[in-house]
Design a protein around this ligand. Structure first.
Ligand SMILES: NC(=O)c1ccc[n+]([C@@H]2O[C@H](COP(=O)([O-])OP(=O)(O)OC[C@H]3O[C@@H](n4cnc5c(N)ncnc54)[C@H](O)[C@@H]3O)[C@@H](O)[C@H]2O)c1
Length: 251
């Protein structure tokens, strides 16, 4: 069964990062036109240049005008959008909730929740102009199995899951809205979380020991599930928040 996105246009936010770039490459390999969006202009530009059919758009996903402009740019370039992947998001530095300052919390709410709200708000009318389509939000299994030290981040991902399920009921049947819940993966996320490029050994050991499949997620694991949820083969799936977690959520 081949999942084809030939002649479809896919917008991916946070596309310069670990998951986003893998998601963009995977849709491109399935024949899609890509709109590669990131706050990192350089990273988005380099990725778009390496794909067969893509444009790069600099977007701060917390900014309503920027997200509206992103959708407009996609429609202008390719005549419409078929899939919106709200992937951009960042954890706060690992630490106790009582030590977080209000500015950090406001930023977490903006970059992880407001962003998904804005991506959905501007994508829904555009998808309707196309006759229907799919939204995939990147949440986290941490919303369901929260570990200490990431409480506010985990709560933001809980909001993404609830927004996904609620919106799915609101916009069916012409638009499907699903989410992917990844377990930890060694992307730029690790640097944001720990300040180090790699997961410190003791943390890695502890976290992997809670994953029955005995490894962290790869960006390709996340990209494959995103592609499937967006595909016609998943045409009856909406409001699904798929755990891509090597079994972490059953422990
Ligand atoms: N890696 C993990 O362990 C993990 C696990 C579960 C969920 N997630 C989620 O997956 C998504 C992607 O994370 P990743 O692992 O690829 O991390 P990453 O750090 O590699 O990529 C994040 C990307 O988002 C971009 N970004 C940050 N702030 C932005 C903003 N305001 N506007 C636009 N772009 C912005 C960054 O420039 C970067 O390219 C996030 O939503 C993250 O919360 C990650």
């Amino acid at each position: 069964m081949e999942l084809s996105f030939k002649d479809k246009t896919v917008v991916v936010t946070g596309a310069a990062g670990g998951f986003g770039s893998s998601i963009a490459r995977t849709f491109a390999a399935a024949g899609a036109h890509l709109v590669v969006s990131d706050i990192d202009t350089d990273g988005a530009g380099k990725l778009a240049a390496a794909l067969p059919s893509a444009i790069a758009v600099t977007t701060d996903v917390t900014d309503p005008d920027a997200v509206r402009d992103l959708v407009d740019a996609a429609e202008l370039a390719y005549g419409g959008i078929d899939v919106m992947v709200n992937n951009a998001g960042v954890p706060h530095r690992k630490g106790a909730l009582v030590d977080l300052d209000v500015g950090t919390v406001d930023w977490q709410l903006a970059v992880n929740i407001r962003s998904v709200f804005l991506g959905c708000k501007y994508a829904v009318p555009a998808l309707r102009r196309r006759g229907g389509g799919v939204i995939v939000n990147i949440a986290s299994v941490a919303a369901k199995r929260p570990r200490p030290g990431l409480t506010v981040y985990n709560a933001t991902k809980g909001a993404v899951i609830t927004m996904t399920r609620g919106l799915a009921g609101e916009v069916a049947p012409d638009i499907r809205v699903n989410a992917v819940n990844p377990v930890v993966s060694e992307t730029g996320f690790v640097k944001s979380l720990t300040g180090s490029d790699v997961l410190p050994g003791d943390l890695r050991k502890d976290w992997v020991s809670g994953i029955p499949m005995a490894r962290t997620a790869s960006p390709q694991d996340v990209a494959n599930s995103t592609l499937y949820l967006a595909s016609d083969q998943a045409g009856f799936l909406t409001g699904v928040c798929l755990d891509v977690d090597g079994g972490r959520s059953i422990q």
